[in-house]
Write a protein that binds this ligand. Structure first.
Ligand SMILES: C[S@@+](CC[C@H](N)C(=O)[O-])C[C@H]1O[C@@H](n2cnc3c(N)ncnc32)[C@H](O)[C@@H]1O
Length: 388
């Protein structure tokens, strides 16, 4: 069967992207084991994973009414006592922040309201495979560290052991999502995880199962740390929608007030305000300032709290990029993180160190929008060990 040409909106709604056959083969090779007879793909599309297994008992389910397999919603289906030797597939990744694809609430499998549909399929998979069987799924990298999938990751770790994983920094689908794949042994004891990387499936050093899934793609195993952390000497705060929308209408190149410093202006140790243009609320500015008198009383209080000596930290970068606002003159744009400390040099040195950057990648790899970038948050920054 050839890949159906469907209207883009409908494809997005179903999470319908077809898996390159090399990736299908790589997952199937690891998931199928001697003695396996039955296999399920709960979001089977054209059935390419099922066919690749070559197993005699193949069950495919798909929500698409045109499917040649069982037509059903795998997440709502009554599965009863059915158990399979192998479960494989590339489930839909449905962003819960988008109204087109949101299920509009909590996860049926214990994840938070924003747990991606792929996390639901992973949790379901663990329930549908017999002890000793294998689960092999292609998943979004965000699932390695997303907060709302934490409960599902913990449950998977409780019932299964990861044996093999693969990931890539390149985009493998026309969907704009970076993916990885894992093969778990249900009921297995944790041990070494064999790893493979990139479109040509290079073999990498195996790793002992890391305590955090994000460690799988960051590489290396970090020793447990129970010593002092950045949060002991600094406080970190993030601003959100209220601040973002609260600033709209108060920002301009032709107004007086504190400079608005966005992530794009921050390089390690340098603030490019005034020398680099800024995009804010879909507009371009040369040297934007915030007219404080135009802000609501709540936003004026926020601005007063921010107009103090501080460190500003860019977000969605590959390494931590921080700059010192010695005189407390700048206002942070969203999603810049503000750090207040009475030991600024110690914090800046820590943020610039390789050890900190390794730590952050280990705990949040896959969370950023771009290749190798991470989404920082105050809790993550506060947890960074004060190495040395
Ligand atoms: C990423 S595609 C993968 C298709 C195929 N397995 C492949 O790898 O080429 C995801 C598939 O999941 C199906 N799907 C989406 N939601 C589903 C659900 N709740 N239950 C079953 N199938 C679903 C879509 O129709 C689509 O065929």
């Amino acid at each position: 069967m050839s890949e159906p040409q469907r209207e883009p909106r409908r494809r997005k709604q179903l999470g319908e992207w077809y898996t390159p056959l090399a990736l299908v083969d790589a997952v199937v090779r690891e998931a199928v084991f001697p003695g396996a007879i039955s296999v399920l793909d709960p979001a089977c599309g054209d059935g390419r994973f099922l066919r690749a297994t070559g197993l005699p008992q193949q069950t495919g389910v798909d929500i698409d009414p045109n499917t040649a397999f069982v037509h059903d919603d795998a997440l709502q289906r009554e599965w009863g006592e059915q158990r399979f030797d192998v479960l494989v597939g590339n489930p839909p990744y449905l962003n819960q922040l988008s109204s087109l694809t949101s299920r509009g609430g909590r996860s049926k499998f214990g994840g938070g309201p924003y747990a991606d549909a792929a996390a639901e399929f992973l949790a379901l998979a663990m329930r549908l495979v017999r002890p000793g069987g294998r689960v092999g799924l292609v998943l979004p990298q965000s699932l390695l560290s997303a907060r709302d999938s934490q409960a599902i990751r913990a449950e998977v770790d409780r019932v299964a052991a990861l044996r093999w994983m693969w990931w890539t920094d390149t985009l493998m689908f026309d969907a704009n999502v970076r993916v990885w794949a894992g093969v778990w042994e249900v009921g297995g004891e944790p041990g070494m995880v064999r790893r493979s990387y990139g479109p040509s499936f290079e073999t990498l050093e195996p790793l002992p199962t890391p305590s955090k899934w994000s460690g799988l793609i960051a590489g290396g195993v970090l020793p447990a740390h129970d010593g002092p952390v950045l949060g002991d000497i600094a406080t970190f705060t993030a601003d959100f929608r209220d601040q973002y929308y609260g600033l709209v209408g108060a920002v301009g190149d032709d107004v007086g007030g504190p400079p608005l410093v966005t992530c794009g202006l921050i390089d390690p140790g340098v603030c490019h305000w005034g020398s680099k243009p800024v995009r804010f609320a879909k507009q371009r500015y040369a040297a934007p300032r915030v007219a404080l008198e135009r802000l609501s009383p709540a936003l004026q209080r926020w601005a007063a709290q921010r107009l103090v000596p501080k460190i500003l930290i860019a977000n969605q970068t590959a390494r931590v990029e921080a700059v010192h606002d010695v005189r407390g003159e700048w206002l942070p744009g969203v999603p810049v993180i503000t750090c207040i400390t009475d030991q600024p040099q110690r914090v800046l040195d820590a943020l610039a160190s390789d050890a900190t950057n390794d730590w952050i990648h280990h705990h949040a790899a896959g969370s950023g929008l771009g290749v190798g970038t991470v989404r920082l948050n105050p809790k993550l920054l506060a947890s960074v060990p004060l190495f040395g």
